[in-house]
Design a protein around this ligand. Structure first.
Ligand code: FAD
Ligand code: EPU
Length: 340
């Protein structure tokens, strides 16, 4: 075995996915050095086998064992590449913890990531769905993604424009078999205007008695909101929002609003965004439980595993929820996590 990677056969994944689904992988490959990726891909345990790159597993649902090789990174490293006193370019490796990176940048006096505080997962997974929360998205600060492209067998550097980012979307998510993200580079500023418009942020800052908040204060406010609103995966298995918020045409949104009083509608560049949580709650699912699979009583968009649910049970519940929303509102919800 190489010092650059480790292979484990028949590896349990229960503690490697936040739904805490008891799945196994035929092989688990821990990558200590991304330079070894070509060698790893050429090994018989991996070559011509299904491949899954896994971070913290906070946006996947295993409905069965993974009959192939699961690749994970334990690479660490965050550094400031350039710093002209006003802006700084920050580089972080795929295995770093996302929230750890947010905290490190804030400690360096850099802003831009504060609204994305406390999103679970790794740096390498962040570009996959262009993580977003509290009025910010990764695509606003990301400059470069370094990734191994399995189509051409080379490491490439993709600019922000090449990443094809939109709401919960990117080229990486469109072709998950193709890309292995190894490094992310961000451009952050020392004095960027704070984003306080997302519902609840100003109120939380006011409750903290912060009239002139800093980026670190916004981070604290977002963390408090998130801890209150979302179930903690360390306590109860979940993968955050199970469905994306649907984006519809202004006409369809107006029609639905006239039929369903109280339907929340938000403006987005390509139309009107509806609240999937609201649609699901209206169908009566909030707090529902069947065996150990359920819908959080804190947030209707979060499916939960109370202990021993299988991935197939969670997926079956998700499909029933999707069908009931389709029947009541004529809207087909799309899952956000990757379903394996
Ligand atoms: P994983 O779940 O391991 O993987 C997710 C996808 O990325 C998979 O397709 C996987 O194959 C791929 N992938 C992972 N690493 C790599 C890599 N290095 N190269 C190529 N592909 C890779 N998301 C948000 O956007 N906003 C939120 O506010 C938010 N809140 C959440 C709250 C909770 C409680 C939970 C549990 C999840 C939340 N999420 C949120 C979803 C999740 O945290 C993010 O999608 C996160 O980026 C996933 O990181 P991960 O390392 O766990 O990825
Ligand atoms: N709502 C309900 N019932 C609920 C919860 C919410 O009706 O049980 C309605 C309320 O009207 C509320 C609205 O939904 O105003 C929006 O709720 P929230 O602010 O919690 O945001 P969300 O749209 O449900 C999105 C992201 C989250 C992200 C938050 C904060 C998606 C799919 N989800 O949730 O991301 O943290 O905004 O920005 O876009 C994730 O992707 O895993 C995730 C948690």
């Amino acid at each position: 075995m190489s010092v650059h990677y480790t292979f484990t056969p028949d590896a349990p994944l229960t503690r490697r996915n936040t739904f805490r689904i008891a799945a196994h992988a035929t092989w688990l490959v821990e990558i200590h050095d991304p330079g070894a990726i070509p060698e790893i891909l050429a090994r018989p345990e991996v070559k011509s086998q299904p491949l899954l790159v896994l971070g913290e597993g906070s946006n996947v649902l295993f409905t069965r064992d993974f009959d192939g090789a699961v690749l994970t990174f334990d690479t660490r490293g965050m550094e400031m590449l350039e710093n002209d006193g006003e802006t700084a370019r920050v580089r972080a490796t795929a295995g770093e913890d996302w929230h750890g990176l947010v905290r490190w940048t804030l400690a360096q006096g850099l802003c831009g990531l504060e609204n994305l505080s406390l999103i679970p997962g790794t740096v390498g997974a962040a570009p996959m769905q262009n993580i977003g929360a509290y009025g910010a998205e990764l695509s606003e600060t990301l400059e470069i993604v370094e990734a191994y492209d399995r189509t051409c067998g080379e490491s490439v550097r993709l600019s922000r424009a090449q990443c094809g980012f939109s709401y919960r979307q990117s080229v990486f998510k469109q072709q998950p078999e193709r890309w292995i993200v190894t490094v992310v580079e961000l451009c952050l500023r020392r004095n960027a205007p704070l984003k306080l418009d997302y519902a609840g942020v100003r109120e939380e800052l006011a409750a903290l008695n912060l009239a002139q908040p800093t980026a670190a204060d916004v981070s604290e406010a977002v963390c408090r909101l998130r801890r209150r609103k979302l179930p903690d995966p360390a306590v109860i298995g979940n993968a955050g929002s199970f469905f994306k918020n649907p984006v519809v045409s202004p006409n369809q949104a107006a029609q639905l609003q006239s039929e369903h009083a109280g339907l929340p509608v938000f403006n987005v560049p390509d139309g009107k965004k509806l609240s999937a949580a609201w649609l699901i709650e209206q169908c009566g699912w909030k707090g529902f439980r069947e065996g150990d699979a359920g819908v959080s009583d804190k947030h209707a968009l979060v499916l939960v595993n109370y202990g021993c649910a299988t991935g197939a049970q969670i997926w079956s519940l998700a499909q029933r929820i999707r069908d009931s929303v389709q029947e009541k509102f004529g809207i087909r919800l799309e899952p956000e996590p990757r379903i394996i």
